[in-house]
Ligand binder design. Sequence first.
Ligand SMILES: NC(=O)c1ccc[n+]([C@@H]2O[C@H](COP(=O)([O-])OP(=O)(O)OC[C@H]3O[C@@H](n4cnc5c(N)ncnc54)[C@H](OP(=O)(O)O)[C@@H]3O)[C@@H](O)[C@H]2O)c1
Length: 315
Amino acid sequence: MKAAVVTAYGEAPRYLDLPEPRAVGEHELVVEVLAAGLHPRVRMQAEGSHYTSSAEDLPLVPGIDGVGRGPDGRLWYFMSLGARAGSMAERTVIDTRRALMLPESTDPVTVAGTLNCAIASWLVLSRRIPFEKGHNVLILGATGGTGQMSVPVARHFGAGRVIAVGRDTGRLAALPGVDDIALLGDPESVARVGAEVDVVLDYVWGEPAVAAMTALVQNRPEPARPLTWVQLGEIAGAQASVPAGLLRSSGLQILGSGQGSLGTADMATEIPAVAAEIARGTFAMKTTAIALEHVEEAWNRPADSSSRIVLTAGS
Ligand SMILES: NC(=O)c1ccc[n+]([C@@H]2O[C@H](COP(=O)([O-])OP(=O)(O)OC[C@H]3O[C@@H](n4cnc5c(N)ncnc54)[C@H](OP(=O)(O)O)[C@@H]3O)[C@@H](O)[C@H]2O)c1
């Protein structure tokens, strides 16, 4: 079969021949992959820069999730089994305990493009922190796929005010369901709109996040009011120097959310509810479908955070 294959970290995957996958365990099954999202996490996997990356994973088939059709014709959303069974292949092995059967009417491309984006904030608000209805949420990196989906997810969980922070005022203003916006490069504006924020979903990290955090914390009318800063992404940098005084002088708490701080069981438990909301139309990422055979071209396209690339194969 054909698959996208990374043979050296940092190089775009190539469309190569690989042996057919085989199901071994009692919960395993080979599916024809229909759609697999090219998420930032998948790029990190192919660059070898994700914290789970290892040189022993090479050569690897990228892709952390996807939608496929089983031998009996049923549709599945699945989380991939690891580097050798990535979703960017004509066929792959899935474990049905890390998968969800989907209704036949499901659009595979929409689910493959949206679920990973929506589940990041969903897991935070449902499992990682004790989120309460009425809590105000600020999203750093709100124009990205995961940031955009955080707005309806926060609404779904009963957020009070939802504040979107990013680099582009026009795109921030166009986000539906947002109460206030601020520019990432203008920390004072972040502090102004975020005075009463309870939870920050941070997809940015690096210096811009620390600048926003400093301005926010130093301008809180009630410094001791709890402020839960959830570190999710590192699109502006993997390192951040947080001034010690910020933590001692305020109700600021920082924690992360991702693979490791949440278990596979947490994800598997929440996937059905997220998929149901996608089916209902509550969340839908704009997608750009590209055939798997054009994987190199898809990889080398200029970044466009308004639309998620989804590689498609089969029928
Ligand atoms: N922990 C988790 O559970 C989890 C789950 C999903 C994603 N993530 C992580 O979250 C991050 C964002 O993912 P995504 O799906 O939203 O990505 P995306 O769709 O590619 O969007 C990237 C976002 O980052 C912004 N950005 C890019 N470069 C930047 C820079 N130098 N400074 C500030 N902002 C910058 C973009 O702004 P523009 O729109 O202005 O270009 C956009 O908002 C990634 O690091 C990803 O790995 C984590």
